[in-house]
Design a protein. Structure first.
Length: 193
């Protein structure tokens, strides 16, 4: 499968899950929006690998078990898409290889309910673990910005208050996974102003 066909197939598989979570962008715009410096605007806050590692600890499972659950869910979804005629059967092996090679791809294709089922837990428990992991990562980014003098204590406290009020996504990050311009913006000037 060429790069374009693979991209189209991956986007097709992930589109349904991402569309359901589009409203998360509105919730996270709470303290600012794209282009506003210093606002609490992101939900990801950490790389996929770091996020999965932290969530696994919160779920009291090994990272390997969580990764397996995610990858198994993604592979099942690929199989279903091939059965339904949404992707070509000859592309299945390559898509599954992409899932094995890239955890972000696996998460994008996987479904929350099947990941939870693979782990023997509820979707609520899975979402809560990822939500807590996202929050911890964002708190660490605020603390790092404060320590590096990119923001002052007052701004750090404001961001933490916004974070406490924010409704963070759970397992699926929705539009934030697409890099839609959201994330902590600490500005370009001194002290994030």
């Amino acid at each position: 499968m060429n790069g374009r066909a693979r991209t189209v197939a991956l986007v097709t598989l992930a589109a349904a899950a991402l569309a359901a979570l589009a409203t998360a962008a509105t919730a996270m715009a709470h303290g600012g929006g794209p282009g506003k410096a210093g606002g609490l605007r992101g939900a990801v806050g950490a790389g996929t690998s770091t996020l999965v590692t932290d969530a696994a600890k919160r779920l009291n499972v090994t990272r390997a078990k969580l990764v397996d659950a995610i990858e198994d869910s993604a592979r099942s979804r690929i199989d279903q898409a091939a059965t339904d005629g949404d992707i070509r059967k000859e592309d299945v092996a390559e898509l599954k290889e992409d899932v094995s090679d890239d955890l972000s791809t696996a998460m994008g294709i996987s479904q929350t309910r099947t990941v939870a089922s693979n782990l023997g837990i509820t979707t609520a428990k899975l979402n809560d673990a990822f939500r807590a992991s996202r929050k911890a990562a964002m708190q660490a980014r605020i603390d790092a910005a404060l320590e590096d003098d990119r923001i002052d204590k007052e701004r750090a406290d404001e961001l933490k208050d916004e974070l406490d009020d924010a409704e963070l996504p759970g397992y699926k990050a929705g539009l934030f996974a697409l890099g839609a311009g959201f994330g902590f913006g600490f500005g370009h000037g001194p002290r994030g102003r």
